[in-house]
Ligand binder design. Structure first.
Ligand SMILES: NC(=O)c1ccc[n+]([C@@H]2O[C@H](COP(=O)([O-])OP(=O)(O)OC[C@H]3O[C@@H](n4cnc5c(N)ncnc54)[C@H](OP(=O)(O)O)[C@@H]3O)[C@@H](O)[C@H]2O)c1
Length: 242
């Protein structure tokens, strides 16, 4: 993987992720989000915040198009009601996936109206069969996963099931709890952050402490480039002991 040439890396992602799957038996995970200089990804009240400039939004859509699937948490769906398409570029829309342990998804969500992909909604195994039926009757496909210690979707089991469905790469777009869980589970292979030159004082990207035992997460090597008025920072995460 040549981290210094992101455009090339994105073009090669389909073949890289196939090789990755052969070796690791799970999809390659890219965490990609936009933050302010102080690490905010939304307002303090979790209201949506447009952080990326237009050029950086185009890059985000390129990352989406290069990925087989895109993952968001149910809070992001409720707050932003996103479409998760690549409408700013020519390319293929990734498979949308929502982590929604208790099937709280609003039945009028825009993702349920997509005609190109049925939205995949990952819930926990013990979910109410009637609620599963209702959500599926709105066009979604429900994926039942083991629960983690907090009763939410267990990420290793989710990735295993996505692999069985042919998914070789996923882009994790947010929000903060979902990104935190992927870091905590050490299931992140590439990080691509859009940094907007602003201070916001809002909801920070990590919702809890994910490092312990004196270890820290480094992007190594870290690369960066300017993109319109923003800076894109990317690299492979590595846990290092201080
Ligand atoms: N700047 C950006 O790039 C960007 C991108 C995306 C979102 N956002 C912002 O992020 C905010 C939402 O973030 P958030 O932290 O409140 O929520 P979130 O991460 O979008 O969703 C969290 C919810 O997902 C469900 N979930 C299921 N399995 C999970 C797991 N293994 N780990 C974590 N969550 C799991 C949980 O609800 P259940 O227990 O009910 O399943 C959890 O409460 C919004 O304000 C949105 O605008 C910003």
């Amino acid at each position: 993987m040549d981290d210094r040439h992101q455009e090339v890396w994105l073009d090669q992602l389909p073949s890289l992720s196939r090789e990755f799957f052969e070796r690791h038996h799970r999809p390659l995970v890219i965490v990609s989000y936009a933050q302010s200089l102080d690490g905010s990804i939304a307002t303090r009240n979790r209201e949506p915040l447009r952080l990326s400039c237009n050029q950086a939004m185009v890059l985000t859509h390129r990352i989406r198009a290069a990925s087989d699937a895109i993952v968001i948490g149910i809070n992001t769906l409720v707050v932003d009601n996103p479409q998760l398409t690549v409408r700013l570029i020519e390319g293929t829309n990734p498979q949308p996936i929502v982590l929604d342990s208790k099937l709280r998804i609003p039945l009028r969500a825009r993702l349920l109206e997509r005609t190109d992909h049925r939205c995949w909604v990952a819930c926990v195994d013990r979910s109410d069969p009637e609620r599963i039926r209702v959500v599926e009757s709105r066009g979604a496909e429900v994926i039942r996963c083991n629960g983690d210690l907090l009763g939410r979707v267990a990420l290793p089991h989710l990735l295993h099931q996505l692999g069985e469905r042919g998914i070789r790469s996923i882009m994790v777009e947010g929000g903060s709890q979902v990104i935190t869980s992927f870091f905590e589970a050490r299931l992140v292979d590439q990080v691509i952050i859009t940094i907007a030159p602003r201070l916001v004082g809002g909801l920070t990207v990590l919702s809890r402490h994910v490092v312990g035992d004196g270890s820290q997460l480094h992007l190594n090597p870290a690369s960066y480039q300017s993109c319109g008025s923003d800076v894109i920072l990317w690299g492979r995460p590595q846990w290092q002991t201080q």
